[in-house]
Ligand binder design. Sequence first.
Ligand code: ME8
Length: 530
Amino acid sequence: MKKRFYITTPIYYPSAKLHIGHAYCTTLTDVFARSKRERGFECYFLTGADEHGLKIEKNAEKAGVTPQEFVDNIVEGFYKLWDLLKITNDDFIRTTQDRHVKVVQDIFSKMLAKDDIYLGEYEGWYCKDCEAFWTDTQVGPDHLCPDCGRPVQKAKEEAYFFRTGKYVDSLLKFYDENPKFLVPESRKNEMINTFIKPGLDDLCVSRTSFSWGIPVRENPKHVVYVWLDALTNYITALGYDSDHPEKFEKFWQDPECETIHILGADITRFHAIYWPMFLESLGLRKPDREFIHGLLMMRDSKMSKSKGNVVDPYPLVERYGVDAVRYYLAREVSFGSDGSFTPEQFVERVNADLANAYGNLLNRTISMIGKYFQGTVPAYQGTVTEFDGSLETAIEVAITEYEKAMDDLRITDAIIAVNDLVNRSNKYIDETTPWALAKDESKQAELASVMNHLARALFVTSRLYHPVLVTAADKAFDQLGLPEDKRGYENIHDKHLLDNSATVKGNPLFPRLDANIEVPFIASLMNECK
Ligand code: ME8
């Protein structure tokens, strides 16, 4: 397995505030990056903002500010949201930054010089909301945008084109040789059957109908099409074609580094078809994996900024804390499938998994160690009760399953593996009945072993939950009395880790939520329901 990772989210449009769908993608990417780093791998994590395009130019005009002022203001909100959600990105790229603009112009020039880009005239169905041209077949008899469902208009303009035809065969060969490139794999057939087989038109890569974009150096009345501009962020942020290409060499070109793009199903076509072609045109490595996650629905329809039916993550985090929101996002919707956000499920998840299962396990264990052993975890003495062996096995199974699932980006499954261990540990308390052992002088060794095993199970669950429960897991370590230098993942298999640790009673990590109060509150955050 590779030891170095480069992982990216899409760069979101600062056309409006971000919603819970964006938080979903970024949080899951962060969970993966943190889990890798915690296990000792190097992981470089990039997110950013895609700041050009007609929609932004128009929104700025409506707001009476310049496009740059408009995006500056919204991007401030991106930073705040990622701070609030404790996202650990290593860099944040903005497509208006010099480091990006200059390189995009160079890339355009290189493609022109190679004759991969030529000047022509474009006529097609244009969706101004998605900033995409579509073919007759794609818009169908009603002339609706296949992405957002809005009416499209016939549009014609002088434009530059990228010769997709030149790269189709090698793209298909690349798919064949790299069956793990697109995850889930079904996306590959969708790309081939929906877009490639019907005949891929050359891609229009410039616009003259608006000016908020990167000017084509050779012909400045054209600006670079927003998708050619946007996709290249993944390499401009690393310093491709700059005076400092070290990161680019280390995290992109070096085959020892695994490059992973995480993106929503709405933008698969651009990432799975055009991006590998652009890279090939530039003579660069293609990404190793593109993980296509499903979209969060609000009730039945896709949540989207332009439809305005969104959930704002800020008040959710403010009221329930960063851990509850991260947990809900990572656990509720299987990464890769579509899912819906509902207030009832949010409250239910927090109560069932965090308050009742995990929080309660910690509470009960720390209370019992306090009561029976004056707050000192008894030392490990091997398997003493008849149930100790099976708990130890459950711990090892959880670690293995978690690592396997996380490596495959099956983040939901990784969490389920930890939940199983929490449930197993709670059951272990019922099986061993420590309150009964405590009444019997001859059962002291058993009681001590049960406390040690529970403390260890709590360390392991908290360690594995840590990439998701970024503050609560640390509080659990505090309550277990573990000093900073003993909390690392490298101790995960150490059975003696908690020996003689001095526990500290703390507040419950996750107070139970009252559904009668919280469900209406969350529903009030959902614009559609107002
Ligand atoms: O497409 N559920 O930006 P964007 C889950 N700038 N995820 C969602 C979602 C939902 N309802 N809505 C959005 C763009 N997302 C381009 C990207 S990349 C080179 C350029 C997430 O602001 C999901 O990851 O519209 C989706 O792919 C992305 O936000 C689109 O964000």
